[in-house]
Design a protein around this ligand. Sequence first.
Ligand code: ZN
Length: 86
Amino acid sequence: MNAPQNTHRPDAHELWRKFLRMLSLTRERELTCNEAQALLDVYVDLELAGENPQQVLPDVAHHLRICPECREEHDALLKILAEDAS
Ligand SMILES: [Zn+2]
């Protein structure tokens, strides 16, 4: 009697698919300036904490690369918060 091979785990599989779909959705969509700036303080917080914001918030990182206005905003915020922290 062969036990059916139970390597198929639908729950984990489904979660993984959802995760990948979520990733690709955020990859395809570009943030607006409003959305990017709403996340800017989180982004800068991560930066100051020594984390890698580009990994956590790749959309924001991407927006900052293509949008000089938001980059300026980012630099200003970084300066303020960095001075605050010290
Ligand atoms: Zn922008």
